[in-house]
Design a protein around this ligand. Structure first.
Ligand code: FE2
Ligand code: FE2
Length: 189
């Protein structure tokens, strides 16, 4: 099996590099969102999922924009991940200067920040992501004190880059994450 579709290999790399449950859950959430979009688009869910799972794999060792994700890239190359895979991961961070061109790259960017925001929304609702609506998520987006570390501009730009409305994007990603609520540390409704 090529490394780029080998989920066990991606998981092993993540376990080796990431100790924090919160970061592992974020990576898992982005994996689930990427898999969902790959299925919708007729792309390869394994490859898209692995890109999602590994997009922040180096964050604990490289917790600054001067390092992440560019300093993690050589480790991915050494593990045998192909060019397009590493390029996608580099492109999720605007500061790398790697322009997002492919659907894979655009969806990774779109899923990253929204997954973080939806997770925050799920944590404060007694029923987690069960029954969450775009309307309630957008209300929270307007509350600048809520999950203040999430870039609202990136959430909106992400939806635009994939040619989606914010409502549809929220609905799609929430539906992808909701079945994994327990694993993601969210209330299960
Ligand atoms: Fe990142
Ligand atoms: Fe991320």
């Amino acid at each position: 099996m090529p490394i780029e579709t080998d989920r066990a290999a991606a998981e092993a790399l993540l376990q080796e590099w990431v100790a924090s449950d919160a970061l592992r859950r974020h990576c898992r959430a982005v994996e689930l969102a990427m898999r969902a979009y790959a299925e919708d688009l007729g792309e390869d869910p394994e490859a898209w999922g692995c890109v999602g799972l590994l997009h922040d794999f180096d964050w604990e060792r490289h917790p600054s924009l001067e390092q992440h994700p560019q300093d993690g890239e050589p480790a991915l190359a050494a593990a045998g991940y192909p060019d397009w895979f590493r390029r996608a991961i580099l492109s999720h961070a605007d500061h790398t200067g790697v322009i997002r061109e492919t659907p894979l790259e655009k969806h990774l960017f779109a899923c990253d920040e929204l997954c973080g925001f939806l997770h925050a929304c799920g944590l404060v609702r007694p029923t987690g992501l069960v029954g969450i609506t775009p309307k309630s998520v957008k209300k929270k987006l307007k509350d600048k004190r809520f999950a203040a570390n999430v870039s609202r501009a990136d959430v909106r730009a992400g939806a635009e880059e994939i040619g989606s409305t914010l409502d549809d994007h929220i609905t799609r990603v929430a539906a992808a994450l909701e079945p994994a609520s327990a694993e993601l540390g969210l209330p299960t409704g």
